[in-house]
Design a binder for this molecule. Structure first.
Ligand code: ADP
Ligand code: ADP
Length: 228
């Protein structure tokens, strides 16, 4: 579902990615684990071409994103959801307004948009909270809004950038449960980056361990746990 080959990314003389290959199968939860500075977030941003890799290719759902021009890329990106450590909600908009935002960009008509927003809020356990402002919500609820917004375009892939790092352990567990449920029920493929082994152990089918811009090990969680 996601295939990255030979990815390199340079920032001036800093080598953020130094030849990364990644293969994420349809329907799996794939974790990229590594310390701060390992290149995880650069990798994630290269997967949806928020950053253009200096070298290498990225294919998502059979489409080579690195070959696309800006217009086609924007369209392809609608099928790739993303959630963030600090949620990245628009504070001036209501919860419903945040979830509706990508639908507005896509030009979905109002009636359909409102039906879809209500459905998405129900899906993440926030039914009836559409009129609240983000400031009225807990961290876990804010991340649920982030997830609902990420799912608005009906993506085949969800990218998670340290989505639970700002949350306490109990809230982390409830967000990971939600991601697992979306994975199982919607067949959503999830690529997540984290610096926490506990996150990987809780939900990931496969894992890559990154350091210094490279993947040092990768395989199923069971395979890596057996490795001494
Ligand atoms: P991680 O997500 O694992 O913490 P990053 O991908 O953020 O790692 O960073 C990898 C390396 O690339 C680090 O050395 C970081 O300082 C550098 N880097 C990341 N983004 C930028 C940028 N926009 N400009 C310059 N250097 C960057
Ligand atoms: P905001 O103050 O967040 O801008 P608006 O009322 O302007 O709120 O609505 C923004 C978007 O959210 C619109 O696309 C609208 O269709 C949608 N929306 C607003 N309220 C609801 C709701 N209760 N249920 C579903 N969608 C809603």
């Amino acid at each position: 579902m996601i295939q990255a080959s030979g990815l390199r990314k340079l920032y001036g003389r800093t080598v953020a990615l130094d030849g990364v290959d990644l293969h994420v199968r349809q329907g799996e939860i794939y974790g990229v684990l590594g310390q701060s500075g390992a290149g995880k977030s650069t990798l994630l941003r290269c997967v949806n071409l928020l950053e253009r890799p200096s070298e290498g290719t990225v294919t998502v759902a059979g489409q080579d994103l690195t070959a696309l021009g800006d217009r086609d890329l924007n369209k392809a990106r609608q099928r790739i959801g993303m959630i963030h450590q600090h949620f990245a909600l628009l504070s001036s908009r209501t919860v419903a307004g945040n979830v509706a935002f990508p639908l507005e960009v896509m030009g979905v008509p109002r009636a359909e948009r409102e039906r879809r927003v209500a459905e998405l809020l129900d899906l993440v356990g926030l039914g009836g909270r559409g009129g609240d402002r983000p400031a009225q919500l807990s961290g876990g609820q804010k991340q649920r809004v982030g997830i609902a917004r990420a799912l608005a375009g009906n993506p085949s892939v969800l990218l998670s950038d340290e989505a639970t790092s700002a949350l306490d352990p109990a809230t982390t567990a409830s967000i990971l449960d939600l991601l697992k449920r979306l994975n199982t029920e919607l067949g959503l493929t999830i690529l997540l980056i984290t610096h926490e082994m506990n996150v990987v152990k809780a939900v990931c089918d496969s894992v890559a361990i990154m350091a210094d811009g490279r993947v040092e090990e990768s395989g199923t969680l069971a395979e890596l746990i057996r490795t001494p």
